[in-house]
Design a binder for this molecule. Structure first.
Ligand SMILES: [Cu+2]
Length: 285
C-alpha cells in the first residue's frame, strides 16, 4: 500500500504502460488546448476591447451580406447557398475539426487496438497460472488450479462456510487446487489467466496497479488476464457498489518470485485437507 501519490499508481503489469500512455496523451492534449484557447481568448479581449470611435457590428444571417455574392451555380441548392453565405463563420469551426480529428484518431488508432489487445482474448502462452476468482458479498475467493492447470469442479450443494466455492474434492482435478479468501498470489513475469465469476450480485474486480477493472457478473464466466511485472504488495478492491459492506470488500495481492510462490503454494497444499494421502490428517486414523 501507500503507493498512491500525486500521480498514477505504480504500473505493475505488462499492459499498464499502454493504458498510462493513453491517459498522459489525453492530458497533454487537454493542456495544449487549454493554453492555446486561453491565449486566443486573451488576444480577442484585447483586440476587440471597447474603444472610443469603434462600435460593434452584427450581420443578419437571413440576408446575404452586401460583400458576399452567391455564385449562380448554387442557385438550385439553398443549403449550399446558406453555407456559402456563412463561409466566414465556418472557418471558426476549423479548430473544432482539428480537435475532433485528434480525438477520433486517438480512439481508432490507439484506444481500440489497446483495448482489444487486453480485452478481446487471452494471450496464448504456454504454462499460464490458471485460476478462477469467485466474488461474493463481500469477498474474493481465489481458486488456484495448481500445477496440473485444471480447476476442480464446483458443485452448488457443496457450498458452505468452510467451502465457499463448493469445490468438489472428489474430482481428481481438485487434488492440487488451493482456495484462498482475499489473498491473491502471483509469480512475477508469468501470465495469469483468470475466470471471473460472481455468486450473488455484480462486483467489479479492480487492481489499480495492474490497470485491471472488470465486472464480475452472476451467471457469466469472464476471462481476465495479467502478467505482473513488479514484485510487491498491491490491493484488490471492489469497484461496483454491491451492498452494505462493499467498502470492506478488498483483498491483498502479492507478486512474488517463482520460488517464493512455489514455496507458498506447497505450504498451502500441505494444509489442504484433500491433498495427497500422506499429508491428509483424516487418512491417519
Ligand atoms: Cu463487491
Amino acid at each position: 500500500m501507500g503507493q498512491y501519490g500525486w500521480s498514477l499508481p505504480v504500473a505493475a503489469s505488462s499492459y499498464a504502460g499502454k493504458i498510462d500512455f493513453g491517459i498522459w496523451l489525453i492530458h497533454a492534449a487537454m493542456l495544449g488546448i487549454f493554453v492555446l484557447w486561453g491565449a486566443f481568448f486573451i488576444y480577442l479581449l484585447v483586440k476587440f476591447r471597447a474603444r472610443p470611435g469603434h462600435r460593434a457590428e452584427r450581420e443578419d444571417h437571413d440576408e446575404t451580406p452586401a460583400h458576399i455574392s452567391v455564385p449562380d451555380s448554387l442557385s438550385k441548392f439553398p443549403f449550399a447557398q446558406l453555407l456559402y453565405k456563412n463561409k466566414g463563420e465556418l472557418k471558426s469551426l476549423i479548430p473544432d475539426m482539428v480537435i475532433m480529428s485528434f480525438e477520433v484518431a486517438l480512439i481508432v488508432f490507439y484506444a481500440i487496438p489497446v483495448w482489444s489487445s487486453i480485452k478481446m482474448g487471452v494471450p496464448d502462452v504456454k504454462d499460464p497460472v490458471v485460476m478462477e476468482i469467485v466474488s461474493e458479498q463481500f469477498g474474493w475467493n481465489i481458486h488456484y488450479a495448481g500445477p496440473d492447470g485444471k480447476l476442480g469442479k464446483r458443485k452448488m450443494p457443496l457450498v458452505h462456510f468452510s467451502n465457499p466455492i463448493g469445490l468438489d474434492r472428489e474430482d481428481p482435478a481438485s487434488a492440487d487446487d488451493v482456495v484462498m479468501g482475499n489473498e491473491l498470489r502471483l509469480p512475477v513475469d508469468r501470465t495469469a489467466v483468470i475466470d471471473l465469476l460472481s455468486k450473488d450480485v455484480i462486483h467489479s474486480f479492480f487492481i489499480p496497479e495492474f490497470r485491471i477493472k472488470q465486472d464480475a457478473v452472476p451467471g457469466l464466466s469472464i476471462p481476465v488476464w495479467v502478467t505482473p511485472t513488479k514484485v510487491g504488495k498491491y490491493e484488490i478492491t471492489c469497484a461496483q457498489l454491491c451492498g452494505f459492506a462493499h467498502s470492506l470488500m478488498r483483498g491483498d495481492v502479492y507478486v512474488q518470485t517463482q520460488e517464493e510462490f512455489d514455496a507458498w503454494y506447497q505450504s498451502r497444499l500441505s494444509a489442504n485437507p484433500a491433498a495427497p494421502a500422506a499429508s491428509n490428517p483424516a487418512e491417519e486414523f
